[in-house]
Design a protein around this ligand. Structure first.
Ligand SMILES: Nc1nc2c(ncn2[C@@H]2O[C@H](COP(=O)(O)OP(=O)(O)O)[C@@H](O)[C@H]2O)c(=O)[nH]1
Ligand SMILES: [Mg+2]
Length: 463
């Protein structure tokens, strides 16, 4: 996600970050490069101009904060302005005071409306809410078919027409009936999957206006494909002018190396991006947090989102216990194995790496074939090695002498070198975790550096 933008901005800011004394000329030069990076990322030129103007004004007129170097201060200003550009705070979905909450999805064909209906359904059902889907594109039987299959997979009902309605009035009546069915049967949320066209089309807009007037939705969410860059922003402007959207969901963001749509959207239409689609599967939806995204773009990672994702897959208790053991450095090989198993639930190795500070480089270092295959195999091997240990060995790796290692290697079908490698990985991970959760780093070096970065991130996030 945004790899080329992050790489460029990280390069520019790295030069500043280290500097003890900054001349105004250095700042101006750096901002010139940031400006170019944003333009190359396909951010609207007016948005870029305003953005650079604000950063420059703050950077040259700012008071000195003792805790940060001058370079870090410029980074902080860029971070704050990026965050504000994208809307400052996370905007959630608004719910009706009297259920059902009606959500109308709009957008061009292929943008990801139907897929996103499924993703939102999953978000709501996980909160214990009952969802009804409406196939609000009744003229296209294939569209209703796709939604029906999606609904069946998620175990939620789909309201669909038994025959294709001919007129706009019939479409509106069908949608209103669906919402009434939702109300009468006590559903919490009703989501309308409306029809799209390949281009903005006056006829369709008219129909959507009528549907909107008929169902009075709390949310009109524009779904747009991030990969189309400024075109996504243009489409959003046109839909907003006719329909008054309440928020935007940008899809296919995981394949977007540039970031232009996300960075321009808020400034262009004044409406918040609420969610990001990050893949085709029904769990590939992330609430959008401008502050975290600003950190990601600046190559500082998104540790908070990673922690939230982790919390979804383990219980609060497990997470607390782990944190406690991590900070007191009593994490065992058994914990390590369990964590590796959990990682599988977090998502692909690539997704996880993308959220770690500085991991962009790591990712580009691994060639694509390796990044996809190796970790899964490696994980299995690691789990096999740990499984071959006795419980005592698992809770105290200090017991592992030469003969025990030989036995374990034999038992797991690996070699003593591989057992040694695993132990090294385990100790490194233990150190890293400890510094991430705020304990003292065990050794200087990698973990110390990570901690410094953590300090910078904390400084940035609490202005
Ligand atoms: N990679 C990726 N593909 C997506 C995402 N959202 C939707 N898609 C794909 O985009 C295509 C069109 O999606 P669909 O929901 O049918 O679009 P609609 O015409 O707006 O309803 C499908 O192949 C989806 O799997 C996303 O966030 N990431
Ligand atoms: Mg569709």
């Amino acid at each position: 996600m945004f790899s080329s933008l992050t790489e460029k901005i990280d390069g520019v800011l790295k030069k500043l970050r280290g500097a003890g004394v900054l001349k105004e000329q250095d700042v101006i030069q750096a901002l010139k490069e940031v400006r170019l990076a944003l333009l190359e990322a396909d951010v609207n030129f007016r948005v870029v101009k305003d953005f650079i103007g604000r950063v420059q004004e703050k950077a040259t007129g700012s008071t000195v904060l003792e805790s940060l170097t001058p370079g870090q201060q410029v980074v902080k200003i860029v971070w704050e302005e990026l965050r504000d550009l994208m809307g400052r705070e996370h905007a959630g979905l608004s719910l009706a005071s009297q259920p059902p909450t009606v959500v109308m999805m709009v957008g061009l064909q292929g943008a990801g409306k139907t897929t996103t209906c499924g993703k939102l359904t999953r978000v709501f059902t996980q909160q214990g809410k009952r969802v009804l889907l409406i196939a609000a594109d009744p003229r296209r039987p294939a569209a209703a078919e796709q939604l029906a299959a999606l609904g069946a997979g998620l175990d939620v009902p789909v309201h669909r027409a038994d025959r294709s309605p001919a007129t706009r009035e019939e479409v509106v009546r069908f949608c209103s009936e669906g919402v009434r069915r939702g109300r009468d049967h006590g559903y919490d949320v009703v989501i309308l999957d409306t029809g799209g066209r390949l281009h903005v089309d006056d006829e369709l807009m008219g129909e959507l206006e009528s549907v909107k007037a008929g169902v009075t939705p709390q949310e009109v969410l524009l779904v747009a494909d991030a990969m189309t860059g400024q075109e996504a922003v243009n489409v959003a402007e046109q839909f907003d002018r006719r329909l008054g959207v309440t928020g935007v969901i940008l899809t296919k963001i995981e394949g977007d190396a540039r970031g232009g749509a996300l960075l321009s959207m808020r400034a262009a239409i004044g409406k918040p991006v609420k969610y990001l689609g990050v893949g085709e599967k029904s769990d590939a939806l992330e609430p959008f947090h401008p502050d975290r995204m600003a950190s990601r773009i600046l190559g500082m990672g998104d540790v908070l989102s990673l922690i939230e994702k982790a919390q979804e897959s383990f219980s609060q208790e497990q997470a607390l216990a782990l944190q406690k053991r991590a900070s007191s450095n009593t994490l065992t090989l058994e914990d390590f194995r369990d964590q590796i198993k959990q990682v599988n639930k977090l998502g692909s190795m690539e997704q996880i790496l993308g959220m770690l500070p500085g991991a962009g480089k790591l990712k580009t270092m691994m060639n694509p074939g390796v990044s996809r295959e190796l970790p899964e195999k490696e994980m299995k091997r690691v789990v096999a090695i740990i499984d071959s240990m006795t419980p005592a060995e698992r809770s105290d790796h200090g017991l592992l002498n030469g003969s025990r290692k030989k036995r374990i290697a034999k038992g797991s079908g690996t070699s003593v070198q591989e057992v040694n490698r695993l132990l090294k990985q385990f100790l490194t991970a233990r150190n890293m975790l400890k510094s991430l959760v705020g304990g003292k780093p065990g050794k200087p070096g990698k973990s110390g550096k990570l901690k410094k970065r953590g300090k910078l991130i904390r400084a940035l996030q609490s202005p």
